[in-house]
Design a binder for this molecule. Structure first.
Ligand SMILES: Nc1ncnc2c1ncn2[C@@H]1O[C@H](COP(=O)(O)OP(=O)(O)O)[C@@H](O)[C@H]1O
Ligand SMILES: [Mg+2]
Length: 336
């Protein structure tokens, strides 16, 4: 079965072709980062218009390796939430129109489930070895959720951020430090030359819960920058030290809560997905501290992509759902 996955929930226009749930035939992403970096964040109206401009060529590229192009596609999966309403609408409407014209079924996919199922692209037996339950950390620009996965399609939310998402904390921190957008990769890059010990940020503990909070560390960074800049221009070495300390603080929160939750819920393994999962320090720290095996997709399958939507579609289509011709967008969709 050949599935076309379409993703337009935020600022990446993406499509991918997945064959029989294992062979990733194509994975095309057209990013709007250059446009949004001028504003230091995403402007929803601009994002929707850009999706509209990019979607046709992204889809054409995605089916390019198939002998009969769109005619070889057996089913279409598309993100219908959560995300920006205008952005989601582009993907959902294009998916429905395309499915109708080539005569194949279309189904909606929860973007957050997509980040979890992305792991199955490279590790397609996790459900058998180590097996369920699996503890999933979804860490992105809009979400930071800890979810216990008991089976395919069975998720329960056990923790979430009370304020900013971890990716948002990276983005806002980078902006304060005068680094580019998206902030996560920029902070990671700046931190390479920095010394985290020189600028330590204590993590918020949120005792007795598996919830996160990143507003405190963000305010602490702002204060430190204000103090430092009152003494004159901040040197690039100091920017790097700030970046290293800030990155370490965010990663420390994510890793310690995830490890606590794994023990409490007797999970057999950890899955990490979402853009922040591509952070190198996070990948190293969790591998070091986890008592169970850790599965994280390669970086380009952590940030938003069509492959994770196609993979989720494959898992859902195996259950033979009826096509969703009345599919609508649900911007506030949750997991668990
Ligand atoms: N190497 C990295 N380190 C930390 N954060 C990262 C890294 N790469 C991307 N991110 C963050 O991931 C977020 C984007 O996540 P993604 O899942 O692609 O989008 P969305 O939030 O729209 O679902 C951004 O906030 C970005 O700063
Ligand atoms: Mg995402």
């Amino acid at each position: 079965m050949i599935i076309l996955g379409i993703e337009t929930s935020c600022d990446d226009t993406a499509a991918a072709v997945l064959c029989d749930g294992s062979e990733l035939v194509s994975n095309v992403v057209s990013s709007q980062h250059n446009i949004h970096s001028q504003y230091g964040g995403i402007i929803p109206e601009v994002a929707a218009r850009q999706h509209f401009k990019a979607i046709n060529s992204v889809l054409k590229k995605a089916v390019e390796p198939l002998e009969n192009k769109f005619r070889d596609v057996d089913a279409i999966a598309v993100t219908n939430g959560p995300g920006l309403a205008g952005s989601l609408l582009v993907g959902v409407n294009v998916a429905k129109g395309l499915a109708l014209s080539i005569g194949v079924p279309v189904i909606g996919v929860n973007h957050l489930e997509g980040h979890v199922y992305s792991t199955w692209i490279e590790h397609n037996e996790i459900d058998k070895n180590p097996g369920f339950p699996l503890l999933c950390l979804i860490a992105s620009g809009a979400h930071t959720d800890l979810v216990l996965m008991k089976d395919f399609g069975s998720f329960s939310l056990i923790g979430r951020t009370r304020d900013d998402a971890s990716g948002e904390a990276f983005d806002k921190g980078a902006r304060m430090l005068g680094l580019g957008f998206p902030g996560g990769p920029e902070i990671q890059k700046a931190a390479i030359n920095g010394d985290a010990k020189k600028r330590k940020f204590t993590k918020s503990k949120m005792p007795g819960t598996f919830d996160f909070s990143f507003s405190g560390i963000k305010s602490a960074l702002r204060r430190e920058i204000e103090i430092e800049s009152s003494k004159g221009k901040i040197s690039s070495q100091k920017i790097s030290d700030f970046a290293a300390g800030y990155q370490e603080g965010i990663v420390d929160s994510l890793v310690s809560k995830t490890v606590e939750a794994v023990k409490e819920h007797y999970a057999n393994g950890i899955i990490i997905g979402g853009g922040v999962a591509s952070n190198q320090l996070l990948r190293e720290e969790i591998a070091d501290k986890s008592p169970v095996p850790v599965f994280i997709p390669r970086p380009n399958l952590c940030t938003d992509n069509g492959a994770m939507i196609a993979m989720t579609g494959w898992i859902k289509f195996k259950e033979k759902p009826s096509p969703q011709w009345d599919l609508d967008v649900i911007p506030g969709m949750k997991i668990g």
